[in-house]
Write a protein that binds this ligand. Structure first.
Ligand SMILES: Nc1ncnc2c1ncn2[C@@H]1O[C@H](COP(=O)(O)OS(=O)(=O)O)[C@@H](OP(=O)(O)O)[C@H]1O
Ligand SMILES: Nc1ncnc2c1ncn2[C@@H]1O[C@H](COP(=O)(O)OP(=O)(O)O)[C@@H](O)[C@H]1O
Length: 236
């Protein structure tokens, strides 16, 4: 038996890609099998954890480190921690991976054009008009992960498809059991032998293994052009 049953499922991707939606879907199913679950949603915890911090690269990095710190505390106490957080910088995500240990990175990808069309919060419209300056993916780059445990293309995959990939990864990594997943999915799922990312979740094993290929930056890494943009605004 592992000494902890906690883990951190870190969902990174641009605003509106579906991180919170997928996290809510997973959280409900984890609770169904008696797991203790906490969701650290960037949009909800900001008032408490980083009020007053702005949108510079340094400040954003501080925010992601703080969320990582809380995730680590919870995960080591057997909590399944879900973190839907834009977390645009690769180096800070990798720092968190090392610190947190039982860490699963989910890259939620979606073409910027689709995000602009979806724009369920109106933030892209504001970013493109320059009303929100320093917007990740519009005026500031988003750095996609090169070797996430899971990649979800939310423009072509449903929430259920994305969740199925996540559950398979949790099984492969030994963070969930096939009994739990039978209850959740109604199917007998098998762990893939020698999961290719298993080494990467241990604190000392963050270097890419032999044969690990870097993926080129995807569409999400591109930065769209706003009509005008001001620098240096504070996050809401
Ligand atoms: N400048 C900038 N660039 C990119 N993304 C940004 C920016 N400001 C806010 N956001 C994202 O919008 C989501 C909610 O932000 P807020 O903290 O302002 O919350 S709220 O609007 O008051 O609910 C949250 O994203 P999601 O977690 O993806 O929903 C924030 O990361
Ligand atoms: N395949 C999908 N996965 C997740 N969300 C999707 C998908 N297709 C459409 N959506 C929609 O996109 C929006 C994503 O919003 P949200 O989950 O808050 O994104 P984020 O947390 O990444 O900012 C929601 O309105 C959701 O219903």
């Amino acid at each position: 038996m592992p000494s902890t049953t906690g883990f951190t499922l870190w969902l990174t991707g641009m605003h509106g890609t579906g991180k919170s939606t997928i996290a809510a879907y997973i959280a409900a199913r984890l609770r169904q099998v008696g797991r203790q679950v906490e969701t650290l949603d960037e949009g909800e915890i900001g008032q408490d954890l980083w009020q007053g911090l702005g949108d510079s690269k340094e400040e954003r990095s501080t925010i992601v480190r703080r969320v990582g710190y809380v995730a680590q505390l919870l995960a080591r106490n057997n909590v399944a921690v879900l973190v839907p957080c834009v977390s645009p910088y690769k180096s800070v995500r990798e720092e968190n991976r090392r610190i947190i240990g039982r860490y699963v990175e989910v890259y939620v990808d979606c073409p910027t054009e689709t995000l602009i069309e979806r724009d369920s919060t109106g933030k892209y419209k504001k970013a493109l008009s320059g009303e929100i300056p320093n917007f990740i993916g519009i005026t500031e780059p988003y750095e996609p992960p090169t070797s996430p445990e899971v990649t979800i293309h939310s423009d072509t995959e449903s929430v259920e498809d994305g969740a199925a990939k996540i559950f398979q990864a949790l099984l492969d990594l030994g963070y969930m059991t096939s009994e739990e997943l039978k209850i959740i999915t109604g199917k007998k799922m098998k762990a893939n032998p020698q999961p290719k990312k298993a080494r990467r979740v241990e604190p000392k094993a963050d270097k890419p293994g032999k044969g690990t290929k870097s993926r080129p930056a995807t569409r999400a890494a591109r930065v769209a052009k706003p009509t005008s943009a001001k620098k240096g605004a504070k996050r809401k």
